[in-house]
Design a binder for this molecule. Structure first.
Ligand code: DOR
Length: 443
């Protein structure tokens, strides 16, 4: 009897480990079972991808979904709903919730909340603090933990590890990837007077300047080398840091964001005001150009969204009382596809930055490529579709995007997780059935 499958995707161009191939992919029990010439009738369910491109599922390794805590901005259901509408199949969620994810019970609580409510597969970071620094080696082994997050500069929430002694304690405890918000808190405090009593939002990039980022990243790299610990520097925003990181690739991986790759000061602040306010800030075009160069040169390992929702009402407070952060999980892929259409990014590089890259950094098991035995996660895209990003399309409780009104080329057509279509043609399908992401490390 002929072999049967649960699901087959056929007729499209599949981005395999060997590059784009016109072929079919079959899924059984959630995993890719065969790649090749497969009749649609061999599966209970099939998806016709004619004229479309099938990418490995997009993984967003930096989102803030606000649950538990300020869920009026977002929760795990709304955040992951936005993710699948944007073609994202798995998310790694940040610990600056209320309470922060700094204990095993806080982590277990998030996993419990995600069950039956998360549209995507998911994992959570444990937040580092001076109080839990010595416990991180145990916390990082908890189920559904993707790694550690350390804020060296204060941002949204209360998490902070500012001084070298505590940074060293965090780096000494455990072996998994430590992701870092790298801004020097001492310099931020010293210079806070320049904005404290009110200023134009464009001062945000003056206050949190290049030196603030560079000083912190230099300190981090020196301490990481001493500890022999791998670090992942999040949302790198300066040309100067890229030069330094390029010399430290044996211990440091690098994330950049579509916000920093797409927008530039001063235009973004003039046009968007506090909607462009984020940490680290959006800077002048020379930095944006340097980030693109770092993508071309291979210094950058992945692109995440840093989805950081705040309501329009909160954003309307006068700077600096306006909170920092932009929504992004839903626009991550459309923006990157548009950069691809404009010739700034090859499809192979896009896939590496959004699928294979995050899996290498975090030792994800069974995701990040379309290969037999791997999860049947696919982001199906129409590379030619002409669409406009609008606030009305955004699922986030925050209800806005800094890219409202932007015409783009390239759009997610369908999001498929472990062989189940969860989004097609901008519509959700089925119910939230996300599962914890698995990791190779059982060290
Ligand atoms: O702009 C930011 N917003 N940067 C961060 O580091 C945190 C984030 C948030 O959670 O709002």
């Amino acid at each position: 009897m002929a072999e049967t499958f649960d699901f087959v995707i056929h007729g499209g161009t599949v981005v395999t480990t060997s590059g784009p191939v016109q072929t079919s992919v079959a899924v059984r029990s959630g995993k890719v079972a065969r790649i090749g010439d497969i009749a649609p009738a061999a599966a209970g369910r099939s998806f016709d991808a004619k004229g479309l491109t099938v990418l490995p599922g997009v993984i967003d390794e930096q989102v803030h979904f606000r649950e538990p805590g300020p869920v009026h901005k977002e929760d795990l259901e709304s955040g992951t709903r936005g993710a699948v509408l944007g073609g994202v199949t798995a998310v790694f969620e940040m610990p600056n919730t209320d309470p922060p994810t700094t204990t095993a019970s806080a982590l277990a609580d998030k996993v419990k909340r995600a069950a039956g409510r998360s549209w995507t597969d998911f994992a959570f970071y444990v937040g580092a603090s001076p109080e839990n620094a010595d416990d991180l080696k145990d916390l990082e082994r908890e189920p559904a933990c993707c790694g550690i997050k350390m804020f060296m500069g204060s941002s949204t929430g209360t998490l902070l590890v500012a001084d070298d002694e505590n940074v060293a304690r965090v780096l000494a405890s455990g072996t998994r990837r430590v992701t870092v918000h790298s801004e020097d808190d001492m310099r931020l405090q010293e210079r806070n007077a320049m904005v404290r009593d009110g200023a134009d939002v464009s001062m945000h990039a003056e206050w949190r300047d290049v030196e603030t980022a560079v000083r912190s990243t230099k300190r981090l790299l020196a301490l990481a080398r001493k500890a022999g610990r791998r670090v992942h520097v999040l949302h790198v925003s300066t040309a100067e840091e890229m030069a330094i990181l390029g010399e430290n690739k044996d211990i440091a991986t690098v994330e950049v964001l579509p916000q920093h790759l797409t927008l530039a000061a001063p235009e973004c602040y003039q046009r968007l005001g506090t909607l462009a306010q984020m940490n680290p800030p959006i800077r002048e075009a020379r930095h944006r150009d340097a980030l693109w160069r770092a993508i071309d040169e291979g210094i950058v390992d992945c692109v995440g969204s840093d989805h950081a929702p705040h309501t329009l009402e909160e954003k309307a407070r006068p700077y600096p009382r306006s909170p920092s952060g932009l929504t992004g999980v839903q626009t991550l892929l459309p923006l990157l596809l548009d950069h691809h259409a404009a010739g700034r990014l090859t499809l192979a590089r896009l896939v590496d930055l959004t699928s294979a890259g995050p899996c290498r950094i975090f030792n994800v098991a069974g995701k990040g490529r379309i290969a037999v035995g791997y999860d049947g996660d696919f982001t199906v895209v129409d590379l030619k579709a002409k669409r406009t990003i609008t606030n009305s399309w955004i699922a986030s409780r925050a209800g806005w995007t800094a890219f409202d009104g932007m015409a783009v080329t390239g759009w997610p057509k369908a999001t498929i997780i472990r062989g189940n279509v969860v989004m097609c043609d901008d519509e959700l399908q089925g119910a939230p059935a996300g599962a914890p992401v698995r990791f190779q490390e059982t060290l």
